[in-house]
Design a protein around this ligand. Structure first.
Ligand SMILES: [Zn+2]
Ligand SMILES: [Zn+2]
Length: 208
């Protein structure tokens, strides 16, 4: 991991990353209470460490099958993406890679993210605004997102009832569910913290 990576990773803090962080931050702790009050059981999800070699092999097979070139730059993007335990936009990754000293064009970053998404290594989200947000599919399987419409604060949660629901809906229509995507757009009930986050005054704010 390059110098500055920790700082980049610090930009995204969600309650699911660690129970310790939630305890240390009253803002995040309050967010957890909001989830409970909404009967959404927050599960502290264990980070699934990405097996980089396995991802490389998955990408290699995809590129070969689809007749794409097996370039060094594409694999460099994959390696940098595998270092991150957070959501990121294409522009954020581009800046990160340049900070790390990787000589890569913005166009290559964008096109490689598209390939990695098609190969199911990345999941692409459209939260708010125009920019797509990405995360490693293996990072936290089966999680969904609760997002404050005003300040952008985001909470990742896992809800077993939703998994049961996706299975029963798919079964009802003669299909087998593979995954689902749910985004709940909400508003912070604590307006003070919401305002601080909106103005960048709270270091625990998720920047997604
Ligand atoms: Zn997520
Ligand atoms: Zn908010």
């Amino acid at each position: 991991m390059c110098v500055g990576a920790e700082r980049f990773r610090e930009g995204d803090r969600t309650v699911s990353q660690s129970a310790k962080l939630a305890a240390a931050s009253s803002a995040v702790a309050k967010s957890v209470l909001y989830i409970r009050s909404a009967n959404l059981m927050q599960t502290v999800m264990k980070h699934v460490a990405a097996d980089v070699e396995q991802l490389r092999e998955q990408f290699r097979v995809f590129l070969r099958t689809k007749m794409y070139r097996n370039t060094q730059e594409r694999f460099r993007v994959l390696e940098r993406v595998a270092e991150l335990d957070r959501h990121f936009t294409a522009d954020e990754l581009y800046v990160y890679m340049n900070t790390c000293g990787d000589k890569i064009s913005r166009a290559t970053v964008y096109s490689t993210l598209d390939l990695l998404t098609r190969c199911n290594i990345l999941v692409k989200h459209r939260f708010q605004g125009d920019s797509a947000t990405y995360e490693l599919a293996a990072r936290k399987p089966n999680h969904d997102h609760l997002i404050c419409r005003d300040c952008g604060h985001m909470i990742e949660f896992q809800e077993s009832a939703l998994l049961a629901l996706q299975d029963s809906i798919a079964e009802r229509y003669g299909m087998r569910a593979l995954r689902h995507s749910l985004q709940i757009f909400a508003q912070c009930r604590d307006q003070e913290h919401c305002t601080h986050r909106r103005h960048g005054e709270d270091s625990t704010t998720s920047d997604d």
